[in-house]
Ligand binder design. Sequence first.
Ligand code: ADP
Ligand code: ZN
Length: 759
Amino acid sequence: MTPVNAKRQAAMFATEADGPYAGIVLNRPVDQVFSYRVPKSMQGRLKVGARVRVPLGRGNTPAVGYCVTIGVDPEDGVEPDRVKDILEVMDDPPLIDAPMLELTRWMGSYYACSWGQALDAVVPAGVKKAAGTLMRTFLIVPEETKLARETLQLPPKQAEALAVLCRSNELLTLDDACRLARCAPGPITALKQKGLLHTVKRRTDKPLVDRVKDEPEAVRAPLDLTDEQRVVLDTMAPALDGDGFAAFLLHGVTGSGKTEVYLSAIERVVARGREAIVLVPEISLTPQTIRRFKRRFPKIAVLHSHLSDVERHRHWRAIAAGEVQVVVGARSAVFAPARNLGLIVIDEEHESTFKQESIPRYHARDVAIVRAQKLGVPVLLGSATPAMESWRNAESGRYTKLTLSKRVAERPMPEVGLIDLRNEKPERGHALGGLSAPLRLAMREALDDRGQVMLLLNRRGFHTFILCPKCGYIVKCDACDVALTHHKGRKRAMCHTCDAERDPPEFCPSCRTGLHYGGVGTERLEREVRAAFPDAVVRRMDSDTMRSPGSHEQVLKAFKNGEVNILLGTQMIAKGLDFPDVTLVGVVNADTSLHLPDFRAAERTFQLVAQVAGRTGRGDRPGKVLVQTFCPDEPAILRAREHDYLGFVRHELERRREHRLPPFGRIVRLIARGPNESEVRRFLDGLASILKSLAPDGVVLLGPSPAPVMKIKNLFRYHLRLQAPTARPLQEMLHQILPTVVLPGEVELAVDVDPVSLL
Ligand code: ADP
Ligand code: ZN
């Protein structure tokens, strides 16, 4: 095993020369390309992008790696006889094509992980284990046997079996042949022993038994575009027609027809024989969205999280074979192996779920931009509330800004009212619940008018905290620095971070006072709503009630059909849904995200209110939104009330500029964790002082300090932040430091470039 010189590696990569030496990367945190010898039997068969099995280390433990180069020489300074042989070529044809190799190399260097780790993340598990296929042994009749057949003196059963094998147009297995020749395996084995038959191993699909076939959707013609939509498409036309890389940011209020723009743009690309990838947040991979795409594109692959390994593998192969026009999926669909890509669309581009929170910690939006750049194709980012980063890129001219300022069909934006919770008093004899008097009244009116109501509350469970009224003790998870939530239906106190649960305690463990259960989660809200509106059909949608596959779809369908009057839930209900009869949306607590110790708290709050507000007034009737808050003067909430994204952006960007936060600076966050708190802290202190001594002008180091969530699953967490006006000095520091870091004991270090969460 020997590292490969980087320049040389690039040269080999470009020529894809055939040769006896291969560069292999491994799915380990070691950023090196290792040289191996390609045995004669594998030369020509091993291709760049294939997985291989190689012997590793002194013990020659077999490990799986990816072949990234093939060259004629061993590496500079490497003794040819010290290079080990590759043991096995695992893929033929290779899984990864050349552009994907380049993209993953960029990911490794940008996100500070190894090339092998990046590569391993782009191939789904089902593809790696070739789910749904079988290695089977087939019988082959060699030409010599066929020619000599007349003259062979064979026992009748063997003669009959051979005749069957000669007649068959397909390859037969031993079982097939026995069945067709109506014999036991004996005669065929005898033929093999006489050398009259050969065998060969091939991978084949397992027969499909349990695959539910989707009903095909009747393909519908596109709508006549509105004037605004037309302008948007005209602007994109040259790029869609093959003019090269371009990034567009489509800012369109909810209901302005963004999805229709995506569909038309994709149509244009598909008409040229190209493929499109559409990324959506997992949560909006709803049947409603999927149906809309299926109606326009018959050859579509939808990659959602409920796919089995087998289905995922089949989709992947269909995409790689060019049998798919449009791929719709969540974050990882950005790696879909489309070979003839013409467009990448990212819907709700501001969503934090596009960031992966495990290695490689990539952001699908940024990976999409780089993939498109390398391929010379356009990217279309769409949102009603674009991320500050994207907005800034559009203002600086890196992206082209496109606008849909109005809802389709002159529908007005809903009126948004604020309810100041500081003025709300509980009714006599009642605890203050989730619904204020004005919200309850508005719900009554909406229901009386035969309208539907949606209520958003971003906290699941019944009570959201358990507290000692005397000493202030808060019941927390044993393993995490997180307050437990009371789930009354299940009679459990649960940790939403590690899923640990226990019996709900009655008394304070430190002073034996009776504990107070407080706060409103969706479970408690449901009970309150049912009690207040006994005549209404109420459904709750959160990850507790939506455990079984299909339940999500079922509830949404019932709501759409008007069988449900009130739908309440977590952000699951906030995204991308289109229900024309919703006339009232209530935000039960707009402050849940406002006070998080994260500089994006205001942005998230604005986005959330704007998104739910977008769920109403989508039909012929106007809609109304009521937002309950303790902070009615917060700019995020005030601006959301006015549907004033631009006003919010102006204010928020000013604040970010002042503090040099993204998009006016870059952040790298280093998180250390381990079971021994002082060890973690000592390690990060040491790392911080090295970083400080290296930091060039303009790089600021913040911390180390305990992370806001200081303990998760019994691991203590400390973090530090590096900030700089651009990414480059940070990247350089990481590349210099990370290879030299020695982790003590059980300490782990996570490097998060462009972090989305700071908790
Ligand atoms: P967004 O994605 O911005 O929320 P949609 O594309 O879902 O907006 O459009 C909102 C509604 O308007 C949908 O019901 C859609 O079918 C309809 N719509 C969009 N474009 C047009 C159009 N050009 N003509 C008529 N209806 C349209
Ligand atoms: Zn926990």
